[in-house]
Ligand binder design. Structure first.
Ligand SMILES: [Zn+2]
Length: 412
């Protein structure tokens, strides 16, 4: 086992004037306390405590200062302080919450001062979605966090750690590619080719696809009805409950996908590249064909972090036509029914084939043909530069019905 550390980058989504003022107050109190303890040359936690205790800050910020100031004065021997130190909080101060039904899915709880905190919607760095899922599921630990402002935008960086199994040193060509297809009829389908090249042991999570569809339907009908009646609070807690149930299904399925991979010698899990999908396809059309934008991203992220935890590599490939091409001859066919692929090539032995399995084999084959993008995040390098790399998230494409229901306790 080795320990991986990564700094999660969260951009706080346009806090209102009230919340911005609170954030600035926290920062000012923190800077003063830091400067004060530094000027008094506090070299122990006790000395630092005597100074910072007088400031109007949360215990989490004070505790972080108690640890930090002695480091500055003794270890780093700093002569003077930069004036834009981020506000540090100890790990207990922060909470993360996920509300996939909202247009902005993630929320963070930031301590303000004693007994008072702020809930703020936050956009994660889309490349770190797997870590966020791991933290949210309790499979990665949060450490210290740092709050700061850059050019009018507030960011929160959170140190996170998790234990992973070391990957075996087998080369990419020696690995068995397992294609992972995420679809509508079957929530997830996996398949790979045996030593002779024949597709073997496909596994489909079709019942789970049905369960998730039903839960989503229940959610949208029930919350719409509750909202029409003005029962916003009930609608919200009902919604939380339904999405938790969906997430539980996702976690079970993604764990089983990784177990499937573990049962195969030298596996590599192959997924479709989400970035590529966004750039090169009609997104609306594509997503209609899919379960749901966030569901797709969420399943990917969960598979990714659970696989890496077990030392199984994950690669992505170009998704174009993976569901339309015949895995045997490569010709573009069609789907007479959702679950059926039909090859139109008369010379091909395939007539009809299970559509999701056909897709999964195509995905696996793209890896075998060398067409994969190594976008691995497994090296544990902590390359976060404060705020610099944050871009718009890739997986917040909530569909229209989701956006209609954007409201919540955080919006106070
Ligand atoms: Zn064919």
């Amino acid at each position: 086992m080795t320990e991986l550390t990564k700094t999660l980058e969260l951009k706080l989504e346009s806090p209102n004037a009230h919340k911005r003022r609170k954030l600035r107050e926290t920062r000012e109190a923190y800077q003063h306390a830091l400067q004060d303890a530094f000027n008094q040359n506090c070299t122990t936690q006790t000395e630092a405590n005597d100074v910072v205790v007088n400031y109007d800050l949360s215990g989490y910020a004070k505790n972080a200062l108690k640890k930090y100031v002695p480091q500055l004065t003794t270890t780093y021997n700093a002569d003077e302080l930069h004036d834009d130190h981020p506000v540090r909080f100890t790990n207990e101060g922060l909470r993360l919450d996920h509300k996939p039904e909202n247009a902005i899915e993630w929320y963070v709880k930031i301590p303000h001062h004693e007994d008072y905190h702020l809930w703020l919607p936050a956009q994660p760095n889309p490349e770190q979605r797997d870590w966020l899922e791991a933290v949210n599921a309790g499979d990665a630990e949060m450490g210290e966090s740092r709050l700061f402002e850059r050019e009018g935008t507030w960011f929160l960086h959170v140190t996170t750690t998790r234990e992973i199994k070391k990957r075996s040193g087998v080369s990419a060509e020696q690995r068995t590619a397992i294609g992972v297809d995420i679809g509508e009829a079957s929530l997830v389908t996996v398949c790979h080719r045996d030593d002779h090249g024949s597709p073997t042991t496909p596994e489909l999570w079709a019942d789970e696809g049905k369960t998730v569809r039903q839960l989503r339907k229940t959610y949208f009908t029930a919350t719409r009805r509750l909202q029409t009646r003005g029962s916003e609070r009930i609608a919200e807690s009902f919604g939380d409950d339904v999405w938790t149930q969906i997430d539980n299904v996702f976690h079970r399925v993604t764990r089983e996908v990784v177990e499937y991979a573990e049962s195969i010698k030298n596996p590599v899990l192959v997924l479709e590249d989400l970035t590529y999908i966004r750039e090169s396809m009609d997104y609306g059309e594509y997503m209609n064909r899919r379960l749901h934008g966030w569901g797709f991203a969420k399943l990917h992220a969960q598979i990714r972090y659970k696989a890496i935890e077990k030392g199984i590599p994950v690669e992505t490939v170009n998704p174009r036509n993976t569901s339309k091409e015949c895995h045997a001859c490569g010709e573009v066919g069609y789907r007479p029914r959702q679950a059926t692929f039909k090859c139109t090539n008369e010379a091909c032995w395939v007539d009809e084939y299970q559509a999701d399995v056909n897709g999964a084999i195509n995905i696996a084959d793209r890896y075998l043909s060398g067409e994969s993008y190594s976008r691995e995040h497994t090296d544990g390098d902590d390359s976060a530069e404060d705020g610099g790399r944050l871009t718009a998230p890739q997986d917040s494409h909530a569909d229209a019905e989701t956006q209609q229901t954007t409201r919540g306790t955080y919006a106070s």
